[in-house]
Design a protein around this ligand. Sequence first.
Ligand code: MN
Length: 436
Amino acid sequence: MTTLNETHNPARKSWVESANTATTDFPIQNLPFGVFTAPGRDARGAVAIGDMIFDIKAALEAGLFSSAAAEAAKAASLSTLNTFMAMAPAAISALRRELSDLLLQGSQAEKLKGDLLVAMKDATMKLPAHVGGFTDFFTSLDHVTRATRVLRPDAPIPPSFKHLPMAYNGRASSIAPSGVQVIRPQGQQGRRDGGSTFGPSRMLDYELEVGIYIGAGNEMGHPISLRDARDQIFGLCLLNDWSARDIQRFESFPLGPFLGKCFNTSVSPWIVTAEARAPFGVPARARAADDPPLHDYLSDARDQSEGGFDITLTAGLETPAMRAKAHAPAPISRTNLNTLYWSCAQMVTHHASNGCNLSSGDLLGTGTLSGPTDESRACMLELTGGGKQPLVLANGETRTWLEDGDAVVLNARCNRDGHVSIGFGECRAEIAPALA
Ligand code: MN
């Protein structure tokens, strides 16, 4: 686990007042990295603080960083964070320490706040990195069990599930930051008579997942040991792996998901670093006594004892009727990253185990993060039993699948006694009708 240091000190408060409330996702102990634009500011790197954005490029131009952190600050000020993500954890940590000091109550930086801060409401968030590759895993035992029951009621879970972290190669070009609408995809759907129909998906779904941004990466042909994999995880975001179940079901056998998935993948714009999450580490999920033994490359005592993360994750559904009345989204999923059968580090190590090269800024999705309870079902496929039992929302509306005008909003929080809670910000997207 990353060592706790002064940046985690719960007594630290910022001169940015909105960062000192109990409910903010972005207290001074968090400092997630992202890329924004605003009037008069081209795309550039930043950290979130309360309801404000701290402009790293402006701070660099004001000469606020020491020589020890200047190189990292320069990389973190660019319009994509790939170079920064590839830096050594010590360099990233040194910059975090200086950012924390600059934002600390009493810092002289407050005098420059007109240059350094931009209100989130006045900014547009961009994708924080050039994502060269996107892989989506399938690592929740509860999700695979329920999804298998719905799709193939008599089938066992896939035979390799407990041997390796399963995944498919996704599409990087259609990853979009929170706020970009999802145009309902069209595609082929199978008919009961054996024929097929082409048209708008009628089984549009969300999947509540966490995204993992790769740090330095590895050279082709050179695997990443599980011991080294933690340092290869630059940070985490929220990820919605939008899924058209009808298109997916017809096309998937035997090569896996294709057009049922790659029309859009939403991510939250702020990346919560490994160091920010350090107070919230937990043991990885214990394997059952009758689970197959782990191969050596997927087995590490340290990963088992501290490879999990206690992150509460929620999904809410905002219908047009709720929006018209300015009502909050109805809660539909509440789960935790610690439900994963495979750890994030095991996903990284398995991905590179054949010599596949991961590059800085590559994105891995954990897979739908469903847990054992009903409230932790993290997609409509599970919530409605494959469309058989409509979901009844708090205001009495029902949904079998997602409808045009619906927005899905993902959030995440880390809480632990003795530490300041941190959040991930929002991953939100609204569904637009299929194009005529
Ligand atoms: Mn997925």
